[in-house]
Write a protein that binds this ligand. Sequence first.
Ligand code: NAD
Length: 517
Amino acid sequence: MAIEELETTIKEALKELNIKDINEGTSTGMNNFSSGEILESYSPVDGKLIGKVKTTTAADYKKVMESANEAFNQFRLIPAPKRGEMVRQFGEKLRKNKEALGKLVSYEMGKSLQEGYGEVQEMIDICDFAVGLSRQLHGLTMHSERPGHRMYEQYHSLGVVGIISAFNFPVAVWAWNTALAWVCGDVCVWKPSEKTPLCAVACQNIMAEVIKENNLPEGISCLITGDYKIGELLTNDKRIPLISATGSTRMGKIVAQVVAGRFGKSLLELGGNNAIIVTPDADLEMTIIGAVFGAVGTAGQRCTTTRRLIIHESIYDKVKEALVSAYKQLRIGNPLDEKNHVGPLIDKQAVELYNEALKKVVAQGGKILVEGGVLFGEGYESGCYVKPAIAEADNSFEIVQHETFAPVLYLLKYSGTVENAIAIQNDVAQGLSSAIMTNNLREAELFLSVAGSDCGIANVNIGTSGAEIGGAFGGEKETGGGRESGSDAWKIYMRRQTNTINYGVGVALSQGIKFHL
Ligand code: NAD
C-alpha cells in the first residue's frame, strides 16, 4: 500500500473498528469510565496523529474495579464450556475484523502489514485453543492413604486478572492472556502500552459486541488507559490475585516486587538477549535467512529478535560476507508497503537508544560491519526509520549484555566445540529465546539437553523469533520466568484446590495419627 493511500485506508479501518470521537478523545463503547487527560497516538509510519484517547483517572479506576468484581461473581458461575463459547464468538469477530485490526496494528506500531495480520491471526489461534481448553481444565485424582477416602484436586476461577502489555505486540499479548483467563472464569483489566492505545480500544470494541450479544456483564473485559501510573494502580491492588506483565526487565523488576509484597502472583514476560549459534555443520542458506529475519524483522523490536550470532571461527568469514551482502538487499520504508522489509522504530526515543548503542559498541572495542544511521527525506518524515546495523563484538561488552530494542546485530566468534558456544550464549542475564544452526545431531541434542541452552525457548535450524501459540511461551532469568499461551500455561489463571472426602465410618487421620476423646 502506497503512502498516499494510507490516510483513507486507516480512516476506513478506524470506522470499521467502531473507533469514534477520534479528535475529542475516544474511549471504548463498553464499561466506559475513562474521563482523564487526552493521550495522543502518533504513527511511526508517517509521523501523523492517528487519534486521541481519554485516559483513566484514579476515580475512574475505582469504578472499573467495581464493575470487574461484580462481573467476576457472575462469570465464575457460568460453566467453562459456555465461557468457551463466548471466546469462540470472539474469535469469529476477530476473523471478520482481521484486515481492519491488522492495518491499525501496522500503522500504530509500525510493524509490516503481514505481521499486523499475523498478530491478529495469533489472537484467532489462541481463541481456538482456549475453546478446546474450556472442556479440559483437568485436575488429578489420587489414592488416599486412608480407607474410605477419596482425594482429588480441582481448579477454580481466580478472580480479576490485571494485564500490562508492551507496545510491540499491541493486541496479541492481551489475547494470549484474556482468551485463557476467560475460559478459566476470570475477568480481565487491561493496561495497554501508552504508545498503542488505539489498538486496545479497537480490541475492546470487538469484545463489547460479544458481551452485548450474549447479555453478559461488561466487567468481563475492562480497559484502563494511560502511562505507568495507571499500571501502578493495578499492581498495588490487593483485589487482583494475578498480574500478567509484558515489557522491559526494568518494569518487571518493579512490578514483581510490588505484587510479591502483597502476596499476589505475577506472570512476567520481559526482555530477551537472543542468540543463534552457527556451527561448522550449519546449512548456510538457512542460517542467513533465519538470522536476517530474526535480526531485522519488526525492525528488531521483538522480544525474540536475534541480537547475537555466535559463529564458529572456521566459517566466520563466510557467514560474515553472506550477511553483509544480504543486508545490502534490505529495503527500509513504509511497513504497509509489502515491498519493504524493515519499517520504523516506535518513536524518536527508541531511535536515540539505537544511536547510543552503536556509539557504545565502538567505544567498548567493537567494529561496525554494516553501518547504521537514521534515514531522512521523502517517506522517512516520522524520523523513526533506521538502518539495520551489524557490529563485530565480544560477549563481555556491557552493550552486548544489554537488550537494545532496535535492529543491531552483534557477531561473536567461538572456537573449539559447541560447548564453548553454549557457554557464550548462556552468559547473559536474560533467558528468552535461543537457536542452533547445525546438521550435526550430537550438537543439536547437546544444545537441547540440560547442559545446553538455559532459555525458555530453544530451537534447532530455525531462528529465535516467532512462536506458535500451542507451546508455552516465556523465558528464564531476567526474562521473568513466566509462561503464557499454550501447553499448561492456563494453570496460572486458576487456583488449585485439593479435596479429601471421607465416605467411610469414623474419622481416620493421616500419617496414622490416633486421636481419642
Ligand atoms: P515497557 O517496560 O516500557 O512498558 C511495558 C508496559 O509496562 C507499558 O504498558 C507501561 O506503561 C507499563 N509500565 C511501565 N512501568 C510500570 C510500572 N512501574 N508499573 C506498572 N506498569 C508499568 O516496555 P515496552 O517498551 O512497551 O516494550 C518493550 C519491552 O518489552 C522489551 O524489553 C521486550 O523484550 C519486552 N517484551 C517481552 C515480551 C515477552 O514475551 N517476553 C513480549 C513483548 C515485549
